[in-house]
Design a protein around this ligand. Sequence first.
Ligand code: 6MZ
Length: 348
Amino acid sequence: MDEAEGLAEFCRRLPKAELHAHLSGSVTEATIQKLQVKKGVAPDHAHQGDTSIGKGETRQLQEPFRIFKIIQELSDTEEAIFMMTEDVISEFAADGVRYLELRSTPRHVPHTGMTPSSYVESILSAIQTCKDREDVVVRLLLAIDRRQSVETAMNTVRLAQEYALRSHGVVVGIDLSGNPAVGDGRDFIPVLKEAQNCGLKLALHIAEISQQATAPETGALLLLPPDRVGHGTFIHHNPDLAAMVADKNIPLELCLTSNVKAQTVASYGEHHFQHWYSRKHPCVLCTDDKGVFCTTLSEEYRLAAETFGLSRPDLWDLSFSSIAHTFAGEDLKQQLRLRWNSEKNKLL
Ligand code: 6MZ
């Protein structure tokens, strides 16, 4: 095995925590074909370019949003949601992910009878089914899409509150995501405050595109403050915002391949990981949409090592420190630390 293969193998074997994974964006081509068969659409190998962005390709950020819509249209029943959740969990587990926080936007599809509640229940039952089979602990965040009304967002928070109890803590928080060029994040602040008041954690997409470095919503959302920030790509372009994130020590969920392929970051070497990591700010490597962007979490670790010169102990520390930024309770965090440490001697 040469050095490059050795590093890739190390990254696969490294126990990892994935904290930023959108369910629909995480489905791979194999699952999309199964969804097509279920819907009675002939599997179409030729459409591959339509549902994923391959190696070396980049597209404008609007393109992934077109792809999410295709995947969401293919997954419009409880059965489909269950199946894709099972597949996504198994794939993360096979890649060495030992703690996974999935996030997904509950949907109402009148023509199939799927409701936001049955959507969430389908995901939860797939998580339950995988519990004994797969070597990974899974938690769920319910997502608010920026396109949605404040009323729908409030219903999502109520659903999260209800299912946090009913799932005995599998539902842990709320994500704010969706096309960053759409809407004003400030509209959701009362809803997000309500989520905080009922004990839900907040992981918010903030400053994903350059216009948001100066948009009033960015400072307003940071003031909440969120428990984690998704992407935060342009935060360090604005010293006041960067100071808020640094002073509050808000962990960042960083997705190298996603940002480069969606062209919000020009190249791996220019990724804001470098800015924050070099300042010892809490950073967590994540995939975002592993299916759409054709990546894995071990590939993200490998890329970080290759691009920023991280050693194997650095990668270990990065993965181990991500446990602190999960939305798991203290007992589970402690179990995860033991789990990670049990693998350490074999790896380093
Ligand atoms: C913002 C994103 C995203 O909810 O159907 N989503 N939002 N930025 C991104 N960067 C590329 N990637 C995914 O998964 C798909 C949904 O996740 C959000 C979008 O709202 C998308 O519709 P679910 O499981």
